[in-house]
Design a protein around this ligand. Structure first.
Ligand SMILES: Cc1ncc(COP(=O)(O)O)c(C=O)c1O
Length: 460
């Protein structure tokens, strides 16, 4: 292993990196990025990379967008900070809430702002608990999430997350958070089970869980339309209609975590539009500002707002909020991003480019390392396996997907590895057709190099 560069050595002596193998990082060092333009980012030695993950599923409009930069700087000059506590307000938050109410795929009375996806989902949990206390049903508090879900890392959100490593040694999940089955046909369908039968079984599993827990104690169900960090898992078409029916039957509040899927990622305005269900509320973040500043939001239906009002009459205050709830600079950027999405028909454009993206992705299914290539819209996942026929996975310790990501970086492509040796691809929505071809050409070369490496290491 060559010695670390000066900046890499400074990095490993100073930072605890999120979601990294801290031991491997000390050996390999980080990739240090310096600037970006369009779908490209450049490292500190000037090497360009296609940002095949739009940062972390967020930079929908790519890098260096002058309109967003201008919206941010103009707002910083005008009013760099103002909060929404104790009756203060500002125009960017009001205007953005109006825009979100118009755009939301569900009837929305009010909007609550936070900064991150985790905060949004923690807020969802707290609002549901608070509402059910206000409605005089204090037992109705349990929240059902799913195995392999990703809803963030704060204490409640990490509990909703259904991934072992987010719980292990963190003493999570907290009580009252349950996980039902994951709608991944490739891994969890029974022998010979069709998509439709699989979805029916998962609907029944959810219903059985609600009944075994007692429906009077189950408050909410939360789901990402397409699971992101859990492995880019696209459910069968009939899955969400089944699930929504069960939620309705037992008066379970349904939350759609649109943090990745919102604003066109699946080729529809929101993920729930693409997958055919209507939740009670959505969590949004990421593409809301195209990643130019932190901002997230939760939509509040009228019935919930009425319950919040009731508690303010009783308690005297709605005691929840973050310093940066509705930050004016983030809000100004989001207003501009939403304007660009509408003006440049970004969602329609994403839908138009999706068949090419999905065809290039599907073509990788023939690669000897690829067990399944899956996706929807402009997001894709590739599951690497040791044996295609038996679907046998590699030993997690071998780090095959991590190695593929390193090879991709050498090919000038940034992608991400997820648990279960899945590689995710989620480029900026502004990616051009020629750039999609280039992204997949680089990815194919990285997979070929990974295959040679697994053979040399006697892993396959
Ligand atoms: C679906 C989903 N929900 C929530 C989150 C958490 O967002 P954050 O990292 O901003 O807390 C993420 C992050 O990737 C996500 O993909």
């Amino acid at each position: 292993m060559p010695p670390l560069s000066n900046v890499a050595a400074r990095d490993v002596e100073t930072l605890v990196h999120p979601y990294a193998n801290l031991v491997a990082l000390r050996e390999h060092g980080p990739l240090v990025l310096e600037h970006g333009n369009g779908i490209f980012v450049y490292d500190n030695e000037g090497r360009p990379y296609i940002e095949g993950m739009a940062g972390l599923w967020c930079a929908a409009l790519g890098y260096g967008n002058e309109e967003l930069i201008e919206a941010a700087t103009a707002q910083m000059r005008k009013l760099s900070f103002a909060h929404l506590f104790t009756g203060l307000s500002h125009d960017p938050a009001i205007e953005l809430a109006e825009r979100i109410k118009e755009l939301a795929p569900v009837p929305t009375s009010k909007v609550f702002f936070c900064s991150s996806g985790s905060e949004a989902n923690d807020t969802q949990v707290k609002l549901v608990w608070y509402m059910n206390n206000a409605l005089g049903r204090p037992r109705k508090k349990k929240i059902i999430s799913r195995m392999r879900a990703y809803h963030g890392v704060t204490v409640a959100a990490a509990s909703l997350t259904g991934l072992v490593n987010n719980h292990r040694d963190f003493d999570l999940p907290i009580a009252g958070i349950l996980h039902t089955g994951c709608p991944h046909h490739y891994r969890y369908a029974q022998d010979g089970e069709t998509d439709v039968e699989f979805a029916i079984r998962l609907g029944r599993e959810l219903e059985d869980l609600i009944l075994s827990e007692d429906a009077e104690t189950v408050a909410a169900f939360i789901a990402e339309p397409v699971m992101g960090a859990g492995g880019v898992i696209v459910p069968p078409k009939t899955y969400f209609p089944q699930i929504a029916q069960v939620c309705r039957k037992y008066d379970v509040y349904m939350i759609s975590d649109e943090v990745i899927c919102g604003f066109g990622r699946l080729g529809a305005p929101f993920g729930c539009n693409a997958l055919g269900y209507e939740p009670h509320s959505i969590s949004i973040a990421k593409a809301l500002t195209s990643g130019y500043a932190p901002l997230s939001a939760v939509t509040v239906p009228q019935s919930m707002y009425d319950a919040l009002l009731e508690d303010s009459r009783k308690i005297g205050i709605f005691a929840h909020g973050f310093t940066y709830s509705g930050h004016p600079v983030s809000a100004a950027i989001a207003i501009k991003a939403l304007e660009i999405y509408a003006r440049d028909r970004i969602v329609e454009q994403a839908a138009r480019k999706a068949p090419q993206f999905q065809a290039r992705l599907a073509a990788l299914a023939d690669h000897p390392l690829v067990g399944e290539a899956r996706g929807l819209g402009l997001v894709g996942g590739i599951e690497l396996v040791a044996d295609k026929r038996s679907k046998r996975s590699f030993e997690p310790k071998a780090g095959v997907a991590a190695q593929a990501v390193r090879f991709a970086q050498q090919e000038g492509l940034i992608i991400r590895y997820l648990a279960g040796d899945v590689i995710s691809i989620c480029p900026p929505l502004i990616i051009a057709p020629g750039e999609i071809d280039e992204l997949f050409a680089r990815l194919a070369r990285a997979l070929d190099r990974t295959l040679s490496w697994t053979r040399a290491q006697r892993l396959a």
